[in-house]
Design a protein around this ligand. Structure first.
Ligand SMILES: NC(=O)c1ccc[n+]([C@@H]2O[C@H](COP(=O)([O-])OP(=O)(O)OC[C@H]3O[C@@H](n4cnc5c(N)ncnc54)[C@H](O)[C@@H]3O)[C@@H](O)[C@H]2O)c1
Length: 414
């Protein structure tokens, strides 16, 4: 006779719609169930018959305990599975500012819908690691620090539908990037692909955002980035203090970190140069004022001011100065980045691990990211942090920018 104390397996029926096979989502769904000690039974599966038609999966899942079922469902939600008898989302009222109820739902960067009064609503301002707040009949992603007492926050896992981005077939052209070996020829291919993405974004009226580290200047890539800005291919620049400092040092004194740009030799007392650059901007009051007064006449920052495109320089513990334009309050810097990323169609991350990962965390999964770094681990790191849409180009960023500026040529404003 069976023991009456034996745990009854917990059952759920979930369904998923999308490119389940070619995006390898189905395999991950099955693996997840097994990983959490569960069992699955496919109740229905309809395969999409063309490359654009989605597939449909209805799956019965079992877990040995309620806790395991909860953990399994949390993972399955992120893969696009929704419980069939979903019902409406469960809401709870926030009692104190910045304090979420224990069982808050934590977002992914994928398109998310919540069911409210029987209707599926798309969540706005999608990003990862946020809560979902319902206000005035709309659903929004909100960071923990922005929660306010009285906010209605989504808890649990009912009434939530996540739609993972399908793998785009044209991204397969970037496959070489993950193997970490890139010959000149392959870099040219990556540049051509990137140029096509830039053009596509501009034609769709979307912003191209550049996220750049100081290595852009050290590798001689600044004139090419300046040209891209001047010719209208870039709508926003996001960076740290160092990009601004070394770009201005190069423009005013012809060196970056004291190394002469003309011949690559260390200038005598050149280590003073980046401090002289910061000092010059303090004398002017700001980067824009240095341009206005004629002190700053070239470079990336100069072109941003001239083109009237917004730039954000975020501070860090490593900063010298910092420049008067650098935002040293980290929450403020994050807010400024997030604000400028709204409406972005394409983000080019150029030689900055810190800022690339930070930006990846703020973006929804449908915004394309090209991450250029000499270290193959950086693109992998960005992807591993949940920014799966990022494609990596493993190359010297100076060379990449030179080729990109020449490939795109004039016409960004056309
Ligand atoms: N003087 C200063 O004020 C100063 C100086 C340096 C950095 N910082 C600040 O420190 C923070 C981190 O700096 P970071 O973004 O440079 O560091 P990071 O380590 O986050 O990123 C540097 C990236 O550049 C890559 N890289 C190196 N050589 C390359 C090349 N030739 N081509 C392509 N990629 C290459 C590295 O692999 C690395 O991923 C930033 O906020 C920055 O502003 C300040």
């Amino acid at each position: 006779m069976e023991s009456s104390t034996r745990a009854v397996p917990i059952q759920e029926v979930v369904e998923a719609v999308g490119h389940l096979i070619d995006s390898q989502v189905m395999e991950r769904i099955f693996d997840t169930v097994v990983e959490f000690g569960g069992r699955f039974e496919v109740e229905r599966f309809e395969i999409g018959k063309t490359n654009s038609e989605p597939s449909y999966l209805r799956l019965k899942v079992e877990a040995p305990t309620t806790e395991q079922m909860k953990q399994m469902l949390a993972q399955l939600l992120g893969l696009g599975c929704t419980p069939v008898d979903s019902g409406d989302v469960e809401l709870r009222t926030v009692e104190r500012d910045k304090c979420a109820p224990e069982d808050f739902y934590s977002t992914t960067n994928h398109r998310t819908l919540v069911r409210l009064n029987g209707e599926w609503l798309e969540v706005k301002n999608q990003r990862m690691d946020a809560m979902i707040v319902i206000a005035n009949g709309e659903a929004y992603c909100r960071r923990l620090r922005d929660l306010r007492a009285g906010d209605q926050v989504v808890v649990g896992m009912r009434g939530i539908r996540v739609i993972p981005e399908p793998k785009e077939r044209d991204r397969l052209a970037f496959a070489f990037m993950s193997n970490g070996i890139s010959s000149e020829r392959q870099v040219e291919t990556a540049v051509r692909q990137t140029a096509a993405l830039v053009r596509q974004a501009r034609e769709a009226g979307q912003k191209v955002v550049v996220v750049a580290g100081p290595v852009v200047v050290h590798t001689g890539g600044a004139p090419s980035l300046a040209r891209l800005i001047r010719e209208g291919w870039v709508q926003v620049l996001l960076a740290g203090n160092a990009l601004g400092v070394h770009d201005i040092e190069a423009a005013l004194l012809g060196t970056s970190l004291g190394v002469r740009q003309a011949d690559g030799r260390q200038e005598e007392h050149g280590h003073r140069n980046h401090m002289r650059a910061i000092n010059a901007i303090y004398h002017a009051g700001s980067i824009a004022k240095a341009v206005e007064s004629g002190t700053l006449k070239s470079g990336v920052m100069y072109e941003c001011v001239k083109a009237g495109i917004p730039f954000v320089l975020a501070g860090s513990l490593r900063d010298d100065g910092p420049l008067p334009d650098t935002i040293t309050d980290m929450n403020e810097a994050q807010d400024a980045y997030a604000e400028q990323l709204r409406g972005a169609g394409l983000v080019l991350c150029l030689g900055s691990m810190l800022h690339s990962i930070a930006v990846g965390n703020m973006l929804p999964s449908w915004v394309k990211i090209v991450c250029v770094d000499i270290n193959p681990a950086v693109a992998t790191k960005v992807s591993d942090r949940g920014t799966g849409q990022a494609v990596g180009v493993v190359t010297d960023v100076g060379l990449f920018l030179d080729l990109l500026a020449r490939t795109l040529g004039n016409g960004g404003r056309a």
